[in-house]
Ligand binder design. Structure first.
Ligand code: FES
Length: 109
């Protein structure tokens, strides 16, 4: 199994990006660390299915630390990926289970 990303590359302030195969399909993931724990979601906005980043691996963040979709500005809470403002308010990003070990982040079994 291949690690997604080095654990040290996933910080509390900036969103990170990784490519993976999830359920047999290629996937783009967005990751962040919240209270020490790495969280990961598919890099797909629930509004119109667009990528969240404005360039590969480059994510917008507002003053509250929300992830902001580059397409139409939906804002997602870092703790749980819930959309708190914008055209898909109340919907959530699709979470991907990950685990951190040996200095790397891996897809969870
Ligand atoms: S696709 Fe993200 S807000 Fe429209």
């Amino acid at each position: 199994m291949t690690p997604l990303i080095e654990a040290a590359a996933v910080g509390e302030d900036a969103y990170s990006h990784a490519e993976a195969t999830v359920a047999g399909e290629p996937a783009s993931l967005v990751l962040i660390r919240v209270e020490g724990q790495v969280r990961a979601w598919h890099n797909v906005c629930p509004h119109a299915g667009r990528r969240l980043d404005w360039a590969p691996g480059r994510f917008l963040v507002d003053k509250a630390g929300h992830l902001v979709c580059a397409a139409h500005g939906a804002s997602f809470r870092r703790a749980d990926g819930l959309c708190v403002a914008g055209p898909c308010k109340g919907q959530s990003l699709v979470a991907v289970a990950v685990e951190e070990r040996d200095g790397q982040v891996w897809l969870a079994d």
